[in-house]
Ligand binder design. Structure first.
Ligand code: ARG
Length: 465
């Protein structure tokens, strides 16, 4: 049966005039949702097979649909597919071409299904794949961090609070802090994946379908953990997109903080690291420049992912049950978040193991900043001086150091004893940077031996998850 409807729309039956040309363009999503084509086809394959299994489609119809979908996929991947804005979205474009190719069987594919459960399914299949890619890139970046941390387990640098030199730490220990942040990020994404991996199909428009569908079978075919429990919820909520973007925003926020350090460290003023040339660019006017563009861009791109999270929360907050067209606006923020996240992780995973430390500059910075002042206070405490008094004594010694341009380790025993007579010759052991870090030898501490243990544990944790 051939029907003629205004504008040739699949839903045109109840309409008496064609869609306004601008409205057609305004409401279309095919310009961006076509990137879901693979998942749309995968979902349709499973739906067709399920319909055949329960007897709604004949085996022959199902075979025709599967072959037709293969053909559509080939056309899209060869760039031979004509996407049409008048067919609104990826779903109707594919269905229309399928019907063109195989005739009436193509028209039966949409039995017991709606674009509402279809789009939610496509999005979940897509996001599940993207999360797996992000998890793999995170893993690669973490391995790069461990490689670098191992190389720099003994390297001394100043640890900072308020960006003021605080206490000496090992560079390896500092790098492991980034490992931990990314480890939590990976756990968050993996946890998010569990809630993404639930199947909306069968919810149809909102209330389910009168056909005898087998949702567990479809879910199994698509590798979903289970069909969604409630049809209204299944087609309407996008909390899984929001949750992913929240996790992505945290990853980006961590990468942005890391970027900030790399930018500072690569500057002439710090000079702590050298970024490989292949991750930097020059200036068109200043010949001497080597700019840390990669970390700067990642820091900058964090803004858009954080922004997408707020867009999506705002998109959702006013929606009554069940599906609303508002939800079409979920895609661009999600796609851009995914692209930004994957790109940033990739470039960091490539760059981090190639970072070169400049231990002399790190050591010089730690020495200039009275980084062992706390060690001197702890030393006095061990000699029986109450901590608050020790703090005061060391403060006065630091003031002398500031006035005379010397570190505590550069003062004579007599000078140090003028602040407190409990100070003995052994004080010089703890005033060295090596002595300071070696003294912090407990679980989670900065001593090189602890850093090596932490790296070994980190490798096991990485392999286990
Ligand atoms: N393009 C739509 C979206 O992205 C697909 C679902 C449309 N459903 C509808 N009944 N208009 O959400």
């Amino acid at each position: 049966m051939a029907t003629q409807t205004p504008g040739g729309k699949p839903w045109g039956g109840r309409f008496t005039e064609s869609t306004d040309a601008f409205v057609e363009a305004f409401t279309a999503s095919v310009g961006f949702d076509r990137r879901l084509y693979r998942y749309d086809i995968e979902g349709s394959r499973a739906h067709a097979r399920m319909l055949a299994r329960v007897g709604v489609l004949t085996e022959a119809e199902c075979e025709a649909i599967l072959a037709g979908l293969d053909q559509v996929q080939r056309e899209i991947e060869a760039g031979d597919f004509t996407w049409s804005v008048s067919l609104e979205d990826v779903h109707m474009n594919i269905e229309a071409r399928l019907t063109e190719l195989i005739g009436d069987a193509g028209k039966k594919l949409h039995t017991g299904r709606s674009r509402n459960d279809q789009v939610a399914t496509d999005l979940r299949l897509y996001l599940r794949d993207q999360i797996d890619l992000a998890l793999a890139e995170l893993n690669r970046l973490q391995q790069g961090l461990l490689e670098l941390a191992e190389r720099e387990a003994d390297t001394l640098m100043p640890g900072f609070t308020h960006l003021q030199v605080a206490m000496p730490v090992t560079f390896g220990h500092h790098l492991l802090a980034w490992f931990e942040m990314l480890q939590r990020d990976r756990q968050r994404l993996a946890d998010c994946r569990r809630r993404v991996n639930v199947m909306p199909l069968g919810a149809a428009a909102l209330a389910g379908t009168s056909f005898p569908i087998d949702r567990h079978y479809t879910a199994e075919l698509l590798g979903f953990e289970a069909p969604a429990e409630n049809s209204l919820d299944a087609v309407s909520d996008r909390d899984f997109v929001i949750e992913f973007c929240a996790a992505a925003a945290l990853v980006m926020t961590h990468l942005s903080r890391f970027s900030e350090e790399l930018v500072l460290w690569a500057s002439a003023q710090f000079g702590f690291i050298e970024l490989p040339d292949r991750f930097c660019t020059g200036s068109s006017i200043m010949p001497q420049k080597k700019n840390p563009d990669v970390p700067e861009l990642v820091r900058g791109k964090t803004g858009r992912v954080n922004g997408h999270l707020v867009s999506l929360l705002t998109l959702m907050k006013g929606q009554p049950l069940a599906y609303n067209k508002d939800n079409q606006e979920d895609k661009e923020p999600l796609f851009d978040s995914v692209d930004t996240l994957l790109g940033s992780l990739r470039v960091f995973a490539d760059m981090v193991p190639a970072i070169e430390a400049r231990p002399e500059a790190m050591r010089a910075a730690a020495r200039q900043g009275f980084a062992t002042a706390t060690d001197l206070a702890d030393y006095l405490v061990r000699k029986g001086v109450p901590f608050r008094d020790a703090h005061e004594v060391v403060g006065r010694a630091v003031r002398l150091g500031v006035e005379t341009g010397r570190d505590l380790a550069e003062m004579s025993l007599q000078e140090l004893q003028s602040f407190c007579d409990r100070i003995g010759e052994d004080v010089f052991d703890i005033l060295t940077l090596e002595g300071s870090v070696a003294a912090r030898s407990h679980f989670g501490g900065t001593a090189p031996v602890q850093v090596r243990d932490a790296i070994a544990r980190a490798r096991r944790r990485l392999a286990a998850s």
